[in-house]
Design a protein around this ligand. Structure first.
Ligand SMILES: Nc1ncnc2c1ncn2[C@@H]1O[C@H](COP(=O)(O)OP(=O)(O)OP(=O)(O)O)[C@@H](O)[C@H]1O
Ligand SMILES: [Mg+2]
Length: 356
């Protein structure tokens, strides 16, 4: 367990900045999840922490010790890759032992650690098998086991579950969460999966083009995104962003809709300001009278078993919205609908996209 401190980290490939002056402190025992669009620098950042990639500038310290110039093998960190990276010609047991043998760990200690990892990950029946005779989920468990036996100060995971099918992902997600509880280790975890991010993280870091947009607990990011980028990144289906205009007296006007009269004047907005309102699909209620109502025309409905995702255009505009109903419904294109929502669920962003 340890605090990990990243200070002013920069990474340039040629002249392009992949990471721009990033600073972040990760607490001891914390489960930190990194999310962001493809190419925003998540893997690069993880690899620099692991010591597998050189930084252009900046420092990394663990528990107060500067490890910026330490080689990967001396950092006491361990990385689990998306591709498992097991040795194909070695049995599960040999894969687990290999790293420890390499650093001349005494055989008794190796046996103890392998037995412990085997127990945690329930690999007992597979120890003598080759990776090719394991399922994807079992291979990934071995890859995680290889990290556990190292007893790293920090576990680094780069999309470890993305090659698994949906049901295995759910199972492995729960196993990783239990692993974190058992080991109480610091973990940094990259994922594209919303549910993994929301359920595993103590804190989520949203990266965009090598910059941190926001750091916070999953609920902070969901309830109070700092800007439209974060609002659109956290939550599925994606939040609805609707252009509007502010009028004095706390009135929000959306083209073709009844004005929205807020309880009070918005301190950060002035008469005539352009703005965007954010409404999450799960906060919109079909044909229910709430504080406010939007009139829309259905464009498509997707029956998802227990619920229906409805796509619609705001009447008289081309602004498309989505809403989620817990009922099994079917609509035809052009069906007129009314959609209710409450003031408490409105997020307001200024013209620049920042929450106000
Ligand atoms: N060795 C390299 N040489 C040049 N550019 C690189 C190199 N490695 C990564 N990059 C660039 O750095 C940027 C960040 O890459 P990185 O792999 O960190 O993204 P990522 O956030 O992990 O994306 P993904 O979600 O697709 O895995 C990308 O634009 C990528 O093309
Ligand atoms: Mg990556």
């Amino acid at each position: 367990m340890c605090d990990l401190k990243l200070s002013n980290i920069k990474k340039y490939y040629d002249k392009t900045a992949t990471i721009e002056d990033l600073s972040l402190e990760i607490n001891s025992g914390e489960f930190l999840v990194l999310v962001g669009p493809s190419g925003c620098g998540k893997s690069t950042l993880l690899r620099m922490i692991a010591g597998l990639e050189e930084m252009t500038s900046g420092t990394i310290s663990i528990a107060g010790e500067d490890i910026t110039h330490l080689p990967a093998s001396k950092r006491g960190l361990s990385m689990v890759f998306q591709s498992y990276a097991l040795y194909p010609h070695m049995t599960v047991r040999e894969n687990l032992e290999f790293g420890l043998k390499n650093i001349k760990t005494p055989p008794q200690e190796i046996n103890k650690r392998v037995a412990n990892a085997t127990k945690i990950l329930q690999l007992d029946s597979m120890l003598e098998r080759l990776p090719q005779n394991l399922s994807g989920g079992q291979r990934q468990r071995v890859a995680i086991g290889r990290s556990i036996v190292q007893q790293p100060k920090v576990f680094l995971f780069d999309e470890p579950l993305s090659n698994l099918d949906a049901s295995l992902r759910v199972q492995m997600r729960q196993e990783i969460s239990q692993l974190h509880d058992k080991l109480d280790s610091t973990m940094i975890y990259v994922t594209h999966d919303q549910v993994e991010a929301m359920t595993l993280a103590d804190r989520i870091v949203v990266l965009n083009k090598g910059n941190i947009e926001q750091v916070g607990t999953p609920i902070e990011l969901y309830n109070s995104p700092k800007n439209i980028f974060v609002a659109e990144f956290i939550g599925t289906p994606t939040i609805n962003i609707i252009p509007a205009k502010y009028s004095k007296g706390g009135i929000i006007n959306i083209a073709g809709q009844e004005p929205i009269q807020l309880k009070q004047e918005h301190a950060a907005l002035s008469d005539g300001d352009q703005l965007f309102i954010g409404l999450r699909p799960e906060h919109l209620r079909l044909n229910e009278k709430n504080d406010f109502t939007l009139t829309v025309d259905a464009t498509l409905s997707e029956l998802q078993g227990d619920s229906t995702l409805i796509y619609a255009d705001l009447s008289e505009t081309a602004v498309n919205i989505k809403l989620k109903s817990s009922k099994q419904l079917k609509f035809r294109k052009g069906d007129p609908l009314s959609v209710g929502f409450n003031e408490a669920n409105i997020l307001i962003f200024n013209e620049a996209g920042d929450a106000v």
